[in-house]
Design a protein around this ligand. Structure first.
Ligand SMILES: *Cc1c(COP(=O)(O)O)cnc(C)c1O
Length: 342
């Protein structure tokens, strides 16, 4: 499978915007090339459009090559970009599991691309045959999310590999929650599957949701095109700088993740004992999915006490379900104590 054969015609042919920083790449001199205000205030210069330093840092952290790393303004950016790169509006389609993260469908709609949903099993397991059966010769993208949001479970690795091997288009695996799952995910096999795009983010385990930093990992041919299609200065200089500083302290984040995983284990055990709860689903992410008889009532009762969870009960496959993020030990205690009284 050649990436260039999957790209939309207009994307294959386009010449990217060339920034002032593309034409001159030294870092000392008198910059009269970008129409910036010359008086230094910390932000008067355009940021690095290719995020060279940050990409190298993230590549080292993740054990991949910088040419395999795309940095986006949140995960939303690469989610939108893959539609723009690979899907001809009203001709091509995308296949996704359901229930899953809502942005794959929203981005399909804004790009006028047909979106097909394949229901997961009652235990939220994925079946490769069902996913493949929903594809046809116009399917360009398959969306998977593991651990999946909102169901919280890792998808079966063998089923994902079957899809990667047999689907002749792009398979996107969203690993926003992989740091909580206790397994490496698909980055180690990035080279094995030329059609694989892995999404990760600094918004969850890394605690940087407010800075907006999403990551896509793929073969260099895909990352190159993402770099051409994106807005030139998609990551502002404050984000680039603060992320570099934050990535220098991975121990802090590792300790927080370990605590959140331990809290999740405790909370899952406690939730299973409560009479208000019909079912507690297994969780590999920093949130848990529970099923109750009267989800809206439980949701409102929690809100009345200042605890906000996510009502997912109107989503197909999630009937009766609430999604609860793992918080600090004190926050989790409060949430459990409230549910115990219901
Ligand atoms: C939270 C989340 C993201 C992260 O989105 P950002 O735009 O990077 O903050 C991506 N995918 C899933 C499934 C999520 O739940």
């Amino acid at each position: 499978m050649e990436i260039k054969d999957l790209l939309r015609e207009n994307i294959r042919r386009m010449a990217p915007y060339s920034t002032a920083r593309d034409e001159y790449q030294g870092d000392i001199g008198i910059y009269l090339d970008a129409n910036e205000n010359p008086y230094e205030n910390g932000f008067n210069r355009y940021p690095d459009p290719h995020q060279k330093e940050l990409r190298q840092r993230i590549a080292r952290l993740k054990g991949v090559d910088p040419a395999q790393v795309f940095i986006g303004n949140g995960s939303d950016e690469p989610i939108d970009l893959v539609y723009r790169m690979f899907c001809e509006p009203r001709i091509h389609n995308a296949v996704s599991i359901t229930p899953t993260y809502g942005m794959y469908k929203v981005a399909a709609a804004t790009n006028d691309v047909e979106f097909r949903e394949v229901l997961l099993g009652a235990d939220f397991s994925v079946n490769a045959e069902n996913v493949l059966a929903a594809t046809d010769e116009n399917t360009r993208l398959v969306w998977l999310c593991s651990p999946n949001n909102p169901s919280a479970n890792l998808l079966d690795r063998n089923e994902i590999e079957k899809i990667l091997v047999r689907f002749p288009g792009i398979v996107v695996i969203d690993e926003a929650y992989i740091d909580f799952a206790g397994e490496a995910g698909f980055l180690p096999v990035l080279k094995t599957y030329p059609n694989l795009v892995v999404l990760q983010t600094l918004s969850k385990a890394w605690g940087l949701a407010g800075l907006r930093l999403g990551l896509a990992f793929a073969q260099p041919a895909v990352v190159d095109v993402m770099g051409k299609v994106k807005y030139p200065y998609n990551i502002n200089c404050i984000t680039q700088k603060l992320v570099m500083e934050h990535l220098a302290r991975p121990e802090t984040v590792a300790a927080q993740v370990a605590e959140l995983v331990a809290e999740r284990k405790k909370a899952l055990e406690e939730l299973a004992k409560l009479s208000v709860i019909r079912k507690v689903f297994p969780a590999d992410a920093n949130f848990m999915l529970i099923r109750v008889d009267a989800p809206r009532k439980v949701y409102n009762a929690l809100i009345a006490e200042g605890v906000i969870v996510r009502d997912r009960s109107r989503i197909a496959g999630c009937e009766g379900c609430l999604r609860i993020t793992v918080g600090t030990p004190a926050e989790n205690q409060k949430m459990l104590a409230l549910l115990k009284t219901m």
